[in-house]
Design a protein around this ligand. Structure first.
Ligand SMILES: [Zn+2]
Length: 134
């Protein structure tokens, strides 16, 4: 992995990070404004519900943002392209397809298998608690 190539990736990530940050700020402003307008508690509840959906969406975006920041740090520390789990070099093919990879294919697959299991558990608990009062 040569340095110039990492610089390109770093610049791309910094740009992506700035775009995400400005759209996230816009969405947070919008949420604040819509919160002030409604007095009816039942309306308020449905607004809260849609706000949660939006917040959920943005928490995903924030996660991407954190991933980008972490990847930039890894580049700065010369750790970019090295698997976080086993320390082996991540293939350049994989890095091209997913620049923010911090795990090699093998470790990623192991991780995903584990995540899918915990995701099923989360979905089950969501279904049980999903009752609306209004
Ligand atoms: Zn690995």
């Amino acid at each position: 992995m040569n340095k110039d190539k990492n610089d390109d990736i770093r610049q791309y990530l910094v740009r992506k990070m700035k775009t995400l940050m400005s759209s996230a700020n816009g969405a947070i402003q919008k949420l604040k404004i819509s919160n002030d307008k409604l007095a009816d508690p039942c309306d308020q509840a449905s607004v809260e519900a849609s706000k949660n959906v939006e917040l959920h969406f943005w928490s995903k975006e924030w996660k991407t943002l954190l991933d980008i920041q972490e990847t930039i740090l890894r580049i700065d520390h010369g750790l970019y392209g090295i698997c976080d789990h086993c320390g082996r070099q991540i293939s350049s093919k994989r890095l091209k397809a997913a620049p923010m990879s911090k795990l090699c294919v093998e470790c990623q697959q192991k991780m995903e298998n584990r995540q899918n299991k915990s995701k099923e558990q989360t979905l089950n608990t969501t279904r049980i608690s999903y009752h609306h009062a209004c």
